[in-house]
Design a protein around this ligand. Sequence first.
Ligand code: FAD
Length: 286
Amino acid sequence: MDLESGSQKPASGETERVRCLIIGSGPAGYTAAIYMMEDFKKQAARFGTEIRFGIATDVDFTGKTRRVVIDENKFVDADTIIIATGATARYLGLEAEQKYAGMGVSACATCDGFFYKQKDVAVVGGGDTAAEEATYLAGLCNKVYLIVRRNVLRASKAMQAKVMNTPNITILWEHQAIDLYGENGVEGAVLVKKKGTPREEIVKIKIDGFFLAIGHTPNSDAFKKFIDTDEIGYIRTIPGTSKTNVPGVFAAGDVQDPHYRQAVTAAGSGCMAAIDAERYLSEISK
Ligand SMILES: Cc1cc2nc3c(=O)[nH]c(=O)nc-3n(C[C@H](O)[C@H](O)[C@H](O)COP(=O)(O)OP(=O)(O)OC[C@H]3O[C@@H](n4cnc5c(N)ncnc54)[C@H](O)[C@@H]3O)c2cc1C
């Protein structure tokens, strides 16, 4: 189901029957529909994929035919399903994050770090991802501030040691970002030290890039009644496959990938899901 284009069938209250339903329209979903790619969406359509608007709001995987509820009132019954709904990066919720989106604010250091070569940047977070992203950026940037809300890092001991031993990383303990400023992009961040205490103080840092590393939320809520996930919500697949705990239901891309979350790895797993679904369909038609 695609959010951007396509027809509206089935109508409210109606059920449609398909062989394979792909939920999600990112690299994983479109690759599952095609297999090679130039322009994902156009090519998926050229290979006969029907692209529709809609959100999968609920599922029923009790029967042999898998049922997906779209927008709470339309139903698609499918022999096989590929879940490719991605994961959403978490933000702090500051207005400035939206204002400077793509102009200095990023939720992916490995994707956007290159644009900040020799510049000063800040990373928000205290876990393994934040520590990893800070050390990655330290290799590219002049200076990296790591903004940590508490007075300890949640990252593993090994990652903590890496951060502490990287000379161009400065950890700002017990700081929280409350705003960003700049004319045509981020030029600095406003932080508050020891928020909520009598010793609260406002600090400004000059930076060109502001990286969020406070986690991702996998878009798996609609499937959790039937599909096994880890404690964060990433769909568990059988290692080396796209198979979930429900036969005929496969998962691809960021929704099942807590580690890499890249377009190219999502596309690779979309291809795996396409092959797994195809094999499943030929098995059940024997
Ligand atoms: C700022 C940024 C820059 C990046 N740059 C790079 C880069 O340079 N190189 C790289 O390899 N990767 C990059 N990435 C990562 C890359 O974008 C993701 O890894 C990739 O898009 C994941 O693909 P996906 O198909 O799994 O999910 P997504 O691309 O997230 O697609 C999932 C789709 O499913 C839809 N969806 C969600 N829930 C439902 C539902 N219930 N029903 C129907 N549809 C639903 C979503 O709206 C979305 O359209 C970047 C990410 C970010 C945030």
